[in-house]
Structure formats: structure tokens, C-alpha cells
Design a protein around this ligand. Sequence first.
Ligand code: PMP
Ligand code: GLU
Length: 390
Amino acid sequence: MNVEVNPLVAGVEESATEIVDNEIKLMKRAGVKDIVSLGVGEPYFDTPEFIKQAAIRSLEAGNTKYQPTFGDPDLRKAIQEKLAKENQVHAELEDIMVTPGAKFALFLAFQALISPGDKVVVLDPSWVSHSSIPLLMGAELLQVPTVESEGFQPDLERVHSALIQKPKCIILNSPCNPTGAVYSPDTIRKITKMARDNGTLVISDEIYESLLYEGEFFSPASEFDNVFTVNGFSKRYAMTGWRLGYACGPHALMEQIMKIFQHSASCVAAFSQAGALEALTNPASAEATKLMVDLFNRNRHLMMESINSSGHLQCVSPKGAFYCFASYDKPVKSLDLARDLLKTSHLATVPGGAFGLGGEYHLRLSYATNEADVIEGLRRLRAYFDQIGN
Ligand code: PMP
Ligand code: GLU
């Protein structure tokens, strides 16, 4: 049957990060054993044992039913306290929701906000779904370049030129996927103020909050009311597969989001939420996160040294998240390069072009893995470039 699908959906690209991850999993299932993945952004660590035990206890206690749409009240309270204590964000309980992943929180917000033709500002390069979700809703993207020679920092004049077009929202993501850039509190303040002056909502994606090696983290909702804050458990607690995110924002937006949530995912699984509550309230979490972040920081140095001495690659030092966004010196499109690397060297990377025009001729290399894979991955990458260089 020739199904006439929604052209908006047909026009949107698949997620490059998901494609890479799916492909590696297929190769592994097919018996390819020597793959090194610097591809998908997910901590190599297992979820801490005490968090898993809390979920098991919840299942054993029979918590197998639907939950309130916006989440378990105790978990929401714990999130409210976390936001107040760590971020100086004071949200009402009714405006805080627990979602199946931070990605779904973004999806809900965009769906509640965007009518076809509305403008959305994204910095370029930016994470694949930051542009694809608004495109699914029919938004017109205003892409504001951030450039390598400026450390991928947003240029305030360029941002201002976009904001005076009165877009519905602007997405900020500091620390940033894919560049690792961290924006100063002052930069975030200035952008949020400009956005407010133009009636624009700031969507602050704070998922890499804890993956910070240099610079300062800042939540704009601590000082401004035109902010929708998104965060989650995937990266900070190595809980990617649990599908756990959360968000808070202006009441008028959350009211509309509630309806979409009710008519779509309904709620997050009870046992996942029990794990999340444990993660937020057990003091052992801080140590578990610290161990992980310390290892990633060592990997960051290791990867940067190898990139800088390669003779073929260059990279602005990432200050947060867990990616090196490296440019290379060959006139080959990043998608072709990433495909060839996977095929010939069994090395998974994400093509930079997937993150926007400004990402072309880059590869995103995740160092959220073990040290041995960082070393072996960079060895293969350098060998590949040495070989095609001859
Ligand atoms: N935002 C950014 C910038 C990300 O890199 C990710 C990770 N995929 C997410 C949001 C979503 O994370 P999750 O849905 O696993 O909570
Ligand atoms: N599976 C995640 C996603 O695409 C991975 C994030 C990433 O690699 O950027 O949502």
C-alpha cells in the first residue's frame, strides 16, 4: 500500500546518534567482536548497584501499575529540592514533571509550543534532536553559527539578530553536545534577557550539568521566568536505558504539556522512578558520579593529547559533556568518513555533519568509555588518517 505520510515527518532525517548505536549493536550481534565505540553518548559504567536494588525492591513490592502522569509525588519533591539546592531554581511542584527521558521532555515542550511556521533558534552545531524535533512540528529553524576559532561560544550579536525575529524559543545546551563548550553564566544571562525582551522562551537543556571539568554551570531559570529547564538521570547516574528525565517551566506551558503527556506516554514506569528517587536521595550517588566524572576527565586529556599530536586532527578543548569534536584535514564528508571508519577499522564515531552545517568536516568522538577503548580508538583513527594521507 502506498501510504501518504506526513511530509513534515518524511522530511526529517533519522537521528545519526541512534543510527550509529543501532548499527554497532547489529554488528556485535552478528559476531563482530573487535568494535571500538567512540560513537553514542552514553556512560560505559553500569548503573550503581544501590539504585538497581531500589528498582528491584519496588517491583517486588508490586509497584507495577500506572503512575500519576507527571510522576511520583515523592520523586517530584526530591527533584524540586535538587533544583532549589543545586541550581537555585524554585519551581512549584505542579510545574515539575518526570518524563521517559529528557528527550521526551523536549518533545513535549516543542509540541506544546510550536505551530507550523513558528521560528526556533538553535546554535549550530547542536545535538541532532534539538533541530529535528522542532522540524517535526513544522518549525522554521534559525541556525546561529558558533565557530571553532571562538571555542564554539555563542556570539551575542548573531544571537540578537535571530532573537529580534521573535522566535518561539531558543535552545541552549551548556555543557554542549557535540562541542563540549561551556557558556559562562554571563553569556547565558545575556541571552536569556534578550530572549525575554523578545517574548521568547529559553529551553535550557542541562543534561550534562554534572559532566563539567572547567568553567561554571548556570541554570537561567534561577534568575528568569522565561525558561523551560530540562535535565535527566541518563548521564549523571549512568541510567540511559531507564528512560528518566525531568523538566519544569512556566505554568501556562506545563498545563498544555500535561494534556500531550496524558494522550501519549501516560507516565514513567514505577520501578524506574523508584531508581531515580534513590539516585537523588542516597548520599552514595555523589561518590559514584565523581568516580565516573574523574575517569572521563582523564579520558578527555588522553584523547586531546592524541588528537593534537596526530598531525591530521584538531580539536577545541572540551570543558564539559564527554565529547571531542575534532576537525580533520581531508576533503571527505564526515558521513562517508564515519562509514568508512566503521567498515574498515571497526571504529564507531558520529559524523559531525549530523549536528548542522558548522559540524561538517568534523567527527564527534565520545570519551564516555573505558581508557583502553580511548587509546585503541585513537590508535585506529590515527592509523586510518596516516594511511589515507599517503
Ligand atoms: N539532550 C542532550 C544534549 C543529549 O545529548 C541527550 C542524550 N541523548 C538528551 C538530551 C536526552 O537524554 P535522555 O533522553 O537519555 O534523558
Ligand atoms: N541515544 C542518545 C540520543 O541520540 C545518544 C546521545 C548522543 O549520542 O548524542 O538521544
